[in-house]
Design a protein around this ligand. Structure first.
Ligand code: THU
Length: 125
C-alpha cells in the first residue's frame, strides 16, 4: 500500500462526510500493522461538540474490530486544504500509533510527518 493509494482511499472516504454545519469534508484511511485499511470521515452534530473527526472515526472503527496497532494514517480535506490532525486526534494516535506516520497532501505534493513530530509530548498514564 503506497502513500498515494492510502490518500486516494481517504479521498473516497471524505465523500461520506456528514458536515452540514462546517461544509468541511474530511476523509481518513488507516493502515493497520497487519496491512488492513479502515476508513473514516468526519461526522458532525447539531450539538457541535458531539462531532467526531475523520481520523478518530477510522481509528475507533479499527479498534472496535479488535485492531490495536497502526502504521500510517492518510488524511485529506475535500476543500484541498492540508488537513493537519487536531490535538484530540493526535492524542488518540499517540495511544495506538505512537511510532506511526501521518500522510497529508499539500497542494499536489504528498507530505508526511511522524506522530511524534506533530505531538512530541503526548499524554501517557
Ligand atoms: N475535522 C476533522 O475531521 N479532522 C481534524 O483533524 C480536524 C477537524 C473536522 C471536524 C469538523 O467536522 C470539521 O472538520 C471542521 O472543524
Amino acid at each position: 500500500m503506497t502513500d498515494k493509494e492510502l490518500l486516494n482511499i481517504a479521498k473516497q472516504a471524505a465523500q461520506n462526510a456528514y458536515a452540514p454545519y462546517s461544509n468541511f469534508y474530511v476523509g481518513a484511511a488507516l493502515l493497520t500493522d497487519d496491512d488492513e485499511v479502515y476508513t473514516g470521515c468526519n461526522i458532525e452534530n447539531a450539538s457541535y461538540g458531539a462531532t467526531n473527526c475523520a481520523e478518530r472515526t477510522a481509528i475507533f472503527k479499527a479498534v472496535s474490530e479488535g485492531k490495536r496497532n497502526f502504521k500510517k494514517i492518510a488524511v485529506v480535506s475535500k476543500a484541498g486544504v492540508t488537513a493537519y490532525p487536531c490535538g484530540v486526534c493526535l492524542q488518540v494516535m499517540n495511544e495506538f500509533m505512537p511510532e506511526g506516520i501521518v500522510i497529508l497532501e499539500n497542494e499536489d505534493k504528498i507530505i508526511t510527518y511522524t506522530v511524534r513530530e506533530l505531538l512530541p509530548h503526548g499524554f501517557v498514564l
